[in-house]
Design a protein around this ligand. Structure first.
Ligand code: FAD
Length: 116
């Protein structure tokens, strides 16, 4: 039986968006040019204005002031994104994610081969 496709709720939107954001960070250049760094800044700033969950977007914009995007390398952007996500996890009472594992989760697959 075909599942009806419906508009996203706040949780589905969040899962899809984090999947995109972490994957984007996971494939960012290791040595980005100044232009690539400033384009990511611009992208995240613009994203924070249009994320279609107004209270999520408000909080995200506030956090960007205290914890600006670190786009100096793939590694630093991945870590920055992980830390941002952990702030939201804490706010929602969810478990924090170990940021040492972001590459396994979003790029390389788990070391035990379970994604091969
Ligand atoms: P999600 O939190 O969506 O995570 C998806 C997967 O990412 C997890 O299964 C895990 O494998 C991995 N993961 C978890 N934490 C990390 C991490 N730190 N680093 C890397 N990978 C990780 N919802 C609200 O109710 N209120 C808000 O204010 C709010 N703000 C948001 C702001 C932004 C910018 C975004 C993108 C989403 C926001 N959300 C908010 C949605 C919320 O974060 C979750 O996406 C939603 O609650 C669904 O949660 P989940 O438990 O399915 O997993």
């Amino acid at each position: 039986q075909k599942r009806v496709e419906c508009p996203l709720d706040i949780e589905e939107l969040g899962r899809s968006t984090w999947s995109f954001l972490h994957t984007m960070a996971a494939y960012f250049p290791s040595k980005p040019s100044q232009q690539q760094q400033s384009e990511v800044h611009h992208f995240i700033t613009t994203f924070s204005k249009f994320y279609p969950c107004p209270h999520c977007a408000d909080d995200f914009r506030e956090r960007l002031k205290e914890h600006p995007v670190d786009a100096s390398s793939r590694r630093n952007l991945s870590r920055w994104m992980c830390e941002e996500h952990n702030v939201v996890n804490r706010k929602l009472g969810k478990k924090e994610f170990n940021c040492e594992l972001v590459d396994q989760r979003w790029r390389d697959g788990w070391k035990d081969g379970s994604c091969d």
